[in-house]
Design a protein around this ligand. Structure first.
Ligand code: ATP
Ligand code: MG
Length: 403
């Protein structure tokens, strides 16, 4: 199949908008007889007038061939092998090889279980690569040599019409990789695009399939969606499209009876969105502490308050039951535990407690959490006003206590 081709005068992307460090990578590939294209998010973002966060390259050279061309390059990933090509000590570009999802016979390289793609390392042509991607707007190729955009899937038309459309039939696409449902929501809000109706409806019908995804991968994907700067909007969509209930089933059940937690989530996400807009750090633990808080509160009432179980036991139980859906790494679990266990201390304004609390490295995160709770609970108003004054004079403890 021949692609539609758009020369520079039609697509309008200036070379000066592209990271100039890419040139050395492109020249090496092209000089050795390979093609080199920009692909995916970077091209899509530039065409939509946004600044890309990184530039990804795709080529027909295999990972080993790519590595042999550069002094500082290494292959990463197993499910999906790519090469990191370093242009200096700190900076690298992702270079991947055209893939195909057509030749599915090699089980070592391509694996599907119940329609779900588990391994995707069959290399192919640019044409095949274009059709194995998720959305049309993510499947455009900018030739770094000729500066022509190659379009196999009518992505340019969808960019123009601000349409978010899957390349394959939605039911097939989501069956292959249910994470695409989360990506659909994230791109819709981040890029201000309109998801096609059949895609939206299919998400609702297939939302339960999100649980077929590894809980480790979901930890990252949920963070991306919450830390995109559009957390409030994304959270609302996750609930509308019936995905939230499969990501946080325990929380979801509690939300049905205690809608106040919905306000709490919105408040927390609004705060997170603002932090991201202001370029401040956001700690992954915080948002998980927020979403699991209703679960903790219910179990606190049921077990901790009558001393039938310790706070540690309840905490373990929450993390273990949630980990069947989303697995939270140990490192982040510790912060969640600190945030929750310190909450009651904010109701004690004795000098001794203030001194104790403000010296802890998790003070800032715990205070921020208490602040958000105070926004939906007037009982905390007087306390939070005092803590607001106190925290102004607390110096951060070496990078650790920031959210
Ligand atoms: P972001 O701005 O979030 O990085 P992106 O589109 O660049 O958006 P990446 O996860 O960096 O997202 O992926 C790069 C490209 O790889 C995508 O644009 C898309 O073409 C392809 N891709 C990524 N994830 C999938 C997936 N789950 N299914 C199919 N194609 C995918
Ligand atoms: Mg990207």
């Amino acid at each position: 199949m021949n692609p539609k081709k758009y020369p520079q005068k039609d697509h309008g992307i200036k070379r000066s908008n592209i990271d100039s460090d890419i040139d050395i990578v492109a020249e090496t590939l092209i000089g050795n007889g390979y093609q080199a294209f920009l692909v995916g998010g970077c091209l899509r973002d530039m065409l939509l007038g946004k600044t890309p966060k990184d530039f990804d390259i795709v080529t027909e050279a295999s990972p080993n061939e790519i590595c042999s061309l550069f002094l500082n390059a290494r292959i990463i990933g197993k499910r999906f092998k790519i090469v990191h090509v370093y242009v200096n000590e700190k900076k690298y570009f992702e270079v991947s090889t055209f893939r195909s999802d057509v030749k599915k016979h090699d089980k070592k390289k391509f694996k599907k279980v119940n329609g779900l793609i588990k391994r995707d390392n069959i290399y192919g042509t640019i044409n095949q690569d274009a059709f194995r991607r998720d959305f049309t707007i993510n499947s455009l190729y900018y030739d770094l040599d000729s500066e022509i955009i190659h379009d196999y899937v009518d992505g340019m038309k969808d960019i123009k019409n601000k349409k978010l459309k899957l390349i394959k039939k939605p039911s097939l696409s989501f069956q292959e990789d249910p994470v695409r449902m989360l990506r659909a929501i994230r791109f819709e809000t981040k890029l201000g695009l309109k998801l096609t109706d059949d895609c939206r409806q299919t998400i609702k019908n297939m939302s339960h399939q999100i649980n077929g995804i590894s809980p480790y991968r979901l930890f990252d994907e949920v963070l991306k969606i919450m830390h995109s700067g559009h957390g409030v909007e994304n959270y609302k969509k996750l609930r509308e499209e019936k995905l939230f209930e499969h990501l946080f089933p325990f929380t979801h059940k509690i939300l049905e009876d205690f809608s106040i937690y919905n306000d709490f989530f919105i408040c927390a996400l609004r705060n997170t969105d603002m932090r991201i807009k202001d370029g401040l750090h956001v700690n992954p633990s915080f948002i998980y502490a927020v979403f699991l808080w209703p679960y903790y509160k219910v179990l606190e009432d049921k077990y901790i308050n009558n001393n039938s179980r310790s706070i540690d036991e309840v905490f373990r139980h929450i993390i273990e039951s949630q980990s069947k859906y989303i697995s939270i790494p140990d490192f982040f679990q510790n912060t969640i535990f600190s945030i929750w266990s310190l909450q009651s201390s904010f109701l004690n304004l004795s000098k001794r407690n203030i001194q104790y609390l403000t010296k802890l490295d998790k003070f800032r995160a715990a205070y921020d959490f208490f602040y958000i709770r105070s926004q939906i609970n007037d009982d905390f108003k007087s306390y939070v006003d005092k803590w607001f004054e106190i925290q102004k004079n607390v110096k951060p403890v070496k990078n650790k206590n920031n959210r």
